[in-house]
Write a protein that binds this ligand. Structure first.
Ligand SMILES: *[C@@H]1O[C@H](CO)[C@@H](O)[C@H](O)[C@H]1NC(C)=O
Ligand SMILES: *[C@@H]1O[C@H](CO)[C@@H](O)[C@H](O)[C@H]1NC(C)=O
Ligand SMILES: *[C@@H]1O[C@H](CO)[C@@H](O)[C@H](O)[C@H]1NC(C)=O
Ligand SMILES: *[C@@H]1O[C@H](CO)[C@@H](O)[C@H](O)[C@H]1NC(C)=O
Ligand SMILES: *[C@@H]1O[C@H](CO)[C@@H](O)[C@H](O)[C@H]1NC(C)=O
Length: 389
């Protein structure tokens, strides 16, 4: 982990730990303009009816994120795929109306859910006895995780294994470097010098502060243990050939240190991974692995949710409500829209979690939970007692 220059770090830190004016302002302002917005909704729909064309792109299952790229211009949804649609106003409608999703009628209800999440976060963040689990210094590493959409004044913190690539593509197009999602070359999506979606760390301190204090900021979370399972499957089981280092460098390093039975010749097992993650001294290996750890470190370590004042937190489990909410709250719902997400695919799968953790020692699971407790607590995920007792 590269430390942000310590002087500017403390300045950034001071500025960011102030109260949460952004979120409060945003919410009350939105409520004041609720009726106005409702009227605007109808208007936007009318525009969509007359001048819209939808460009589909695949939204892979969370377990597939970061995997081998599938055809990026596919327009036919395969079962389990979610499609995110960009509205291109210049084109004549074809099947436009059929897929145009009206703005959610219960935006107000969901706004209350979001406000509840932010309140919970702010309450827990200010509890000193949880400080170690909830706070993290704003380092260059954190600023590397946050992407900047200047055109629409949005900051997006990346939490891998939670469907982030799709949000990044949307922001790349909104920033204007590419005219549509299917025109972004696959090798450019994560190439932030070339894709017009810069990292916050690429700006100087005053530019960073300006954005942190005024832009709409959001990130997405999901159940912390399900995310670890997804990371394990994606990086060590279905590992794509384009990322050989997970199997060739990282897995052997974890096995050398954490495998109980060294005559066991199988590749990295979930148990080894759990023992590494739950080790209070995991940081020594983390340093060797560089930025690849973003796939399995905590949301707290990735996005500093108690040190940066976010305006919305999406939950993968309720993506159907959160995606449209975020688009609208960020003021980009007239440019992008979410279609129906096939039912069930974002739901928490307890059976899968039980399967992966079966046969792993209680003490190892408890240590893992101790490390991820902050993520469970801050975002309201239930403690997985069925694994711990
Ligand atoms: C702070 O967190 C601790 C540990 O979870 C809890 O026991 C305590 O009640 C909390 N304090 C407040 C003020 O919420
Ligand atoms: C909290 O962090 C401090 C400094 O990193 C450390 O000395 C202390 O032992 C930690 N406390 C707990 C309860 O982990
Ligand atoms: C920061 O960057 C902005 C925009 O590039 C520039 O105008 C400003 O002078 C820079 N400030 C410092 C302190 O370097
Ligand atoms: C260690 O692994 C080897 C190879 O799979 C196996 O034969 C042996 O029984 C294992 N030992 C223990 C103590 O589990
Ligand atoms: C949950 O996971 C199990 C085991 O991986 C799988 O067999 C099952 O189909 C999943 N259930 C759902 C609803 O996806």
């Amino acid at each position: 982990m590269i430390l942000w220059d310590s002087v500017s770090e403390s300045v950034v830190h001071k500025q960011l730990t102030r109260k949460r004016p952004c979120a409060r302002w945003l919410i009350s302002d939105i409520m004041r303009h609720h009726w106005l917005l409702l009227g605007a909704c109808g208007w936007v729909l009318l525009i969509l009816m007359f001048a819209s064309k939808f460009i589909n792109f695949p939204f892979r299952r969370p377990d597939d994120y970061g995997g081998k790229p599938k055809s990026i211009s596919a327009t036919v949804a395969t079962p389990g795929d979610i499609q995110l649609q960009l509205v291109d106003k210049k084109r004549i409608p074809t099947e436009g109306l059929l897929t145009a999703k009206p703005l959610p009628v219960d935006y107000e209800d969901w706004e209350a859910v979001q406000a509840g999440r932010l309140d919970r976060l702010s309450r827990l963040c200010s509890n000193d006895s949880l400080k170690n689990l909830t706070h993290t210094p704003i380092t260059k590493f954190i600023l590397d995780r946050i992407f900047v959409c200047d055109k629409h004044k949005i900051l997006f913190c990346q939490t891998p294994k939670v469907g982030n690539t799709q949000w990044k593509k949307v922001l790349i197009v909104l920033n204007g470097a590419f005219s549509s999602v299917d025109k972004i070359p696959e090798n450019v999506i994560h190439h932030h010098d070339k894709n017009g979606l810069p990292r916050l760390s690429s700006l100087n301190e005053s530019e960073i502060l300006k954005r942190l204090n005024s832009y709409f900021k959001f990130f997405i979370v999901r159940d912390p243990f399900e995310r670890l399972i997804s990371a394990f499957k994606d990086k060590f089981v279905q590992n794509p050939r384009s990322e050989p280092w997970y199997k060739h460098d990282i897995a052997p390093a974890i096995m050398r240190k954490y495998r109980r039975n060294h005559s066991e010749a199988k590749g990295l097992q979930f148990e080894d991974f759990v023992r590494y993650l739950g080790d209070p001294n995991h940081k020594r290996l983390d340093r060797q692995f560089g930025d690849h750890i973003i796939h399995w470190i905590t949301y707290v370590e990735l996005c500093a949710p108690c040190d940066i004042v976010y305006n919305a937190i999406g939950h993968h489990e309720t993506l159907e409500r959160d995606a449209p909410y975020i688009l609208k709250a960020a003021g980009i719902d007239h440019l992008v829209s979410y279609p129906t997400i096939p039912p069930g695919i974002t739901l928490y799968n307890k059976t899968k979690v039980e399967q992966y953790f079966s046969g792993i020692g209680k003490r190892d699971i408890q240590r893992l939970y101790a490390r991820f407790q902050g993520d469970f607590t801050l975002f309201g995920y239930k403690k997985p007692d069925f694994l711990l007792d």
